[in-house]
Design a protein around this ligand. Structure first.
Ligand code: S3P
Length: 163
């Protein structure tokens, strides 16, 4: 792995596996793991849905920006981002970004609980299509993410060794 690889930042649409893959990947490479949504939930002591409902999306996006400001000081972390982070903020400041490129069909199938995902609504498919090119543009590495967690992590490990 290159010395400059301070953090690995996982990006992609809701349900593409950022948190579950991030945890396994971090363990494999001896990095710590942090999840932006979880940090926000804990700091606000409120679910994401409640933040959206009571304070609005703009407020949530500001919390994501604050998360990035702090995350810039992290070293050797795998960072799972919220699905909207690359759309509204500059995630590249945090480290080497990996786009987990799962199809909408995979995501829809995987996302059993859509409860705390206010933006996985009737517009989700359209949102997925609009965002896809933005994830691509913000990725240092693109990983197909329709397989099992184990296979996806193996592929990432294979790729980051040769960069
Ligand atoms: C969002 C994705 C969610 C969460 C919030 C907004 C989005 O995170 O940050 O509901 O805009 O796509 P996950 O990608 O972890 O579901």
């Amino acid at each position: 792995m290159p010395q400059s690889l301070l953090n690995i930042v996982l990006i992609g649409f809701m349900g593409c596996g950022k948190s579950s893959i991030g945890k396994v990947l971090a363990k494999e490479i001896g990095f710590d793991f942090i999840d932006s949504d979880l940090e926000i939930i804990q700091s606000q002591n409120m679910s994401i849905s409640n933040i959206f409902k009571t304070k609005g999306e703009n407020y949530f996006r500001q919390l994501e920006k604050n998360f990035i400001l702090n995350a810039k000081n992290l070293h050797h972390y795998v960072i799972a981002t919220g699905g909207g982070m690359p759309i509204h903020t500059d995630i590249r400041q945090m480290g080497f970004s990996i786009f987990l490129d799962a199809s909408f069909e995979t995501i829809n199938y995987r996302l059993k609980s859509k409860d705390d995902r206010p933006l996985f609504d009737a517009q989700a498919h359209k949102r997925f299509s609009t965002r896809h090119p933005i994830y691509l543009k913000n990725a240092d590495l693109i990983i197909p993410a329709n397989n099992s967690i184990k296979e996806i992590v193996s592929l990432i490990l294979e790729k980051i060794q040769i960069i």
